[in-house]
Design a protein around this ligand. Structure first.
Ligand code: FES
Ligand code: FES
Length: 160
């Protein structure tokens, strides 16, 4: 069955007809054309597909598009404005938190969600918030440093 959903995606209201079994991940990538959200394991194990729903990190490979009805969904494409990177994007860029970059949008959205809820996270807070995200390249130290730096930028007024 197909149903109409209205949601706020990256700050803009959209109305789309979606099949009941359409995953949010496939809706974002194939219906809307936002390919920043990555398909990794496709089974809730890697975090590459992380988006924010009402500021909470959610795995879009385990979420039905229909369940986004009436919600605010933010993808990595929502971050940064007027050519300026967000605090988390700058953190990953300047602290070398990415290598191949495939996992990076998921880490960035999980980190942005953390800073929206908790602008001054401890290292443990960061490790816990990123516990559902897997990176096969960096070894995580640079990723933690990237989020710590992003929190400093955020405290100085740069949006997460
Ligand atoms: S693709 Fe969603 S958790 Fe891996
Ligand atoms: S940077 Fe390559 S998987 Fe994370």
């Amino acid at each position: 069955m197909t149903r109409l959903i209205e949601l706020t995606l990256n700050g803009r209201t959209r109305v789309d007809a979606v099949a009941d079994n359409l995953l949010l991940l496939d809706y974002l990538r194939e219906v809307v054309g936002l390919t920043g959200t990555k398909t990794g394991c496709d089974g809730g194990e890697c975090g590459a597909c992380t988006v924010l729903i009402d500021d909470r990190p959610r795995l879009s490979c385990l979420t039905l598009a229909a369940n986004a009805k009436g919600r605010r969904v933010d993808t990595v494409e929502s971050l940064g404005h007027d050519g300026r990177l967000s605090a988390v994007q700058r953190g990953f860029h300047e602290k070398l938190g990415a290598q191949c970059g495939y996992c990076t949008p998921g880490f960035i959205m999980a980190s942005a969600g953390l800073l929206r809820r908790n602008p001054r996270p401890t290292e443990n807070d960061i490790r816990e918030a990123l516990g559902s995200n897997i990176c096969r390249c960096t070894g995580y130290v640079k990723i933690i440093e990237a989020v710590q730096y992003a929190a400093e930028l955020n405290a100085a007024g740069v949006a997460p």
